[in-house]
Design a protein around this ligand. Structure first.
Ligand SMILES: [Zn+2]
Length: 414
């Protein structure tokens, strides 16, 4: 009993589903009865904290904590004055666990080298936080982290990184280099989110939200690696100097998620449905229409319609599928002026050819073919060329003319 009373006993476990893990550090003598790390800031000075923290790191490298595989800083209450300690380019040879830690004021991790990566789970940053020239040798995991103010990163993520369900209440500036996969799934940005990342690996940008006054600026990204399933923030994202993946033949701008479906690995987790990709393109189309960027808007509209058509096929709505297929065939979903025109010329030539081989002179055949579009005269006595060809001309020609006019109108409106 006597020994038990001397330890802190703070429950460091940040997972509700696991058993409690009590802190075994000695009490520091304050009224809370906790150790220097877990005691509230009212009962300790910054100097006391950082002195103890330095000793704690030494014990992790050589001392009673050397056997531990990580530097356990869970639920530490960091002081309001940082004393420049973390800015000194310190290196951590073990994984650092800062889950549940509380930073009541601004904090800099400038030049810090997390050689084995770091965990930030439910960490709470009240003030500005900066990770400038910070190096993560292995995975950097930010789960459910709350960034109350400014958050700036200029980092090297050498073993991937996760920003899972994080909240950025202030502006986010995320720059740097990465190796391995990055995820931002479920993260919410309430202010400007500026992202400029270069590297190798897939970027999952799913379910990212920008709320109220929030918006995204994505710079220099190779979007062939980015997944955008269910990302409402796409609607008001600004893309600067990015590279979109394209289809091989038509060079239509697409998203990685469409390419994933094409690989026909639908049974594998993480491959989106057609409906989900329809929504991605819808958001992108709206975004680019609002910015009057009609080239991209057109591509994403075509993508939206193609994904919708494929979804119709899966749902066995074949009649609507056929109409969608024809709409694409004749006018590229209203995006092409030349396609319906080319079909009209082709139809004119084909009908003319039939009139010509049914013993009309070349000039008469051209005349008949032209009249076939514009008059309603049908001569039943003259067989095939008398009624079938003109009827077909009208049945196919009128929708083609309509598609042509609609495409023209869309082009002029823009
Ligand atoms: Zn403690």
């Amino acid at each position: 009993m006597g020994k038990e009373k001397r330890i802190c006993g703070y429950d460091k476990n940040v997972n509700d589903w696991r058993e409690e893990e009590l802190c075994e550090e000695r009490k520091h003598g304050g009224p809370s009865g906790l150790c220097i790390f877990h005691a509230p800031n009212e009962e300790k000075t910054a100097e006391e904290f950082w002195t103890a923290f330095k000793k704690y790191l030494t014990r992790n490298e050589k001392g009673d904590l050397i056997e531990k595989d990580k530097i356990d800083c869970r639920c530490f209450e960091f002081p309001e004055d940082e004393e420049g300690f973390l800015t000194s380019g310190i290196r951590f040879p073990k994984t650092v666990d800062l889950s549940g830690a509380y930073f009541p004021k601004e904090i800099d991790f400038d030049g810090v080298n997390f050689e084995k990566g770091a965990y930030f789970k439910k960490t709470y940053f009240v003030g500005d936080v900066r990770f400038l020239s910070t190096h993560f040798g292995q995975n950097a995991a930010f789960y459910d982290v709350y960034f109350e103010a400014w958050a700036e990163f200029d980092v090297g993520f050498m073993g991937g990184a996760s920003f899972l369900r994080c909240t950025f209440n202030g502006p986010l500036r995320l720059k740097g280099h990465y190796e391995g996969d990055l995820t931002f799934d479920g993260t919410t940005i309430y202010d400007e989110g500026y992202i400029r990342l270069e590297g190798n690996g897939e970027i999952s940008f799913q379910q990212v939200r920008t709320l109220e006054t929030g918006y995204l600026i994505i710079v220099n990204a190779n979007l062939a690696d980015w997944s955008f399933v269910n990302t409402p923030g796409l609607t008001n994202a600004l893309f600067i100097n990015v590279t979109w993946p394209t289809t091989s033949i038509s060079r239509r701008k697409v998203v990685l998620d469409e390419k994933k479906i094409k690989k026909r690995k639908r049974e594998i987790l993480g491959v989106p449905s057609y409906e989900e990709v329809v929504n991605i393109y819808r958001r992108l189309r709206r975004n680019f229409e609002d910015r009057l960027a009609y080239g991209e808007a057109g591509d994403f509209h075509i993508g939206e319609m193609i994904m919708y058509r494929k979804d119709l096929f899966i749902k066995k709505k074949f009649l609507r599928w056929i109409f969608s297929w024809l709409y694409n065939l004749f006018s590229r979903y209203g995006e092409s002026i030349w396609l319906p025109l080319a079909w009209l010329i082709g139809l004119f030539a084909a009908a003319g050819y039939f009139y010509w081989i049914s013993a009309q002179s070349f000039n008469d055949a051209l005349r008949s073919s032209f009249l076939g579009f514009v008059t309603l005269k049908i001569n039943l006595s003259e067989g095939l060329t008398g009624w079938l060809i003109p009827s077909l001309q009208r049945i196919i020609g009128i929708p083609l003319i309509t598609l042509f006019i609609l495409a023209l109108r869309r082009a002029f409106r823009r």
